[in-house]
Design a protein around this ligand. Sequence first.
Ligand SMILES: Cc1cc2nc3c(=O)[nH]c(=O)nc-3n(C[C@H](O)[C@H](O)[C@H](O)COP(=O)(O)OP(=O)(O)OC[C@H]3O[C@@H](n4cnc5c(N)ncnc54)[C@H](O)[C@@H]3O)c2cc1C
Length: 406
Amino acid sequence: MNSSDNRVLIIGAGPVGLTLALKLAKEGVPSTVIEQLKDENFLDQVPRAGTNHPATLEMYDEIGLYKKLEPRGIIAPLFHYWDREKGERIAEFDHAALKDDTAFPFALQCERIKIVEEALRMAKDNPLIEVRMGTSFTGFAQDENGVTGFVENESGEAEALRGRYIVSGEGARSIVRKECGIEFEGFTYPDRTLNIEVAYDFKQHGYTDRNYISDPEEWSNVFHWKGPPERWRVHFPTGPDEDPDALMAPEAMQARLQRFLPTGKPFNIVGCNLYTVHQRVAETFRKGRAILAGDSAHVNSPIGGMGLNSGVHDAFNLAEKLGRIWRGEADESVLDLYARQRSHIAVQHTQLQTIRNKKLLAEKDPAVRRKNHEELRRQAEDPKLARQFLLKSSLITSVREAATIP
Ligand SMILES: Cc1cc2nc3c(=O)[nH]c(=O)nc-3n(C[C@H](O)[C@H](O)[C@H](O)COP(=O)(O)OP(=O)(O)OC[C@H]3O[C@@H](n4cnc5c(N)ncnc54)[C@H](O)[C@@H]3O)c2cc1C
């Protein structure tokens, strides 16, 4: 293999592709990041949340990204569970309980778009990372020496790029996954989630920066994002057959918000979108020299903010192993270890936890609701139980557990 081809081809400049490239560079491994969006439209992406948990903040810190994100986000040590039916707070969890477990005893509310903006800038400045913007990946082939990625470049020409491995950070519609014939097993929720963004201070009503609100009819999440303008994102479930235009009509959204929080005055709605939620995990994360990471390998409900976070954890786990291969410290079997470790976490942690999170918020049976709420209260009030709960929700437990899988 030509020495300039001895690199990792990374498809997608999402949070996973970019953190992978930055961590690989730290390991001394060169990469090429292929992104279909151009510099001019890179920031015009559908807004997606970004609750970044302590385990992820440790990783951002390692590659120098944390210090870029902190000024653009909100440090959120607390999160709440609320009972909408009774209009009362059920439990408050404080990450301070993790002060001996992590240097980051808080979540950072920093949206995906800010993360990729900062990470892309860093990637472009890194001599070990080549970034190809406006370049669409169309397929690939692999042989015993490496991979060939087929792309259409910014000038619309077909090009073939060589690399030693190819990593799909393309998101849920991964071409790599499909070309490898890897099943994306799981299900799609029939109901869709409506996200309404409002410039309004929810703290005056006792909310904190992250709130999970249970209700048998209309569960919700309320999250705070740094401005300008200062924004709060409110999620609501919607019926599978409801018309998107009717759901997102300004008067319908105002009415829904007023039912949720009757202020008597119109909310300043600054954005909205409707999305479908899938719970799926790829049957394997590796086929030869092709490797899946992030949403190409697993997708889940955003309740609990685990998708982006666990994708970044894939990127770090993988980069460490590729670094060992590059330095001759390990053979390719460590890539199977990556696949085993991260697929275990996707199935046993991310999927189970996110399905449970939604069930908890949407539970209809009053007796089960009561029991769930009592359990949350008990966990929040007992320091030992609260620490265990937070170790899990902050994804520290899952990163530690992945490392123990042989
Ligand atoms: C509404 C919403 C809210 C969410 N909130 C949270 C949250 O609070 N916390 C959390 O952890 N997760 C959250 N998630 C999930 C999170 O956004 C994803 O898990 C995360 O963005 C996945 O990162 P990724 O890099 O794997 O893929 P993506 O973010 O999807 O990035 C993929 C990149 O690949 C590029 N690409 C795709 N195909 C090609 C191609 N053929 N050629 C070249 N480039 C290509 C795309 O343009 C994109 O830049 C949320 C998701 C949604 C929809």
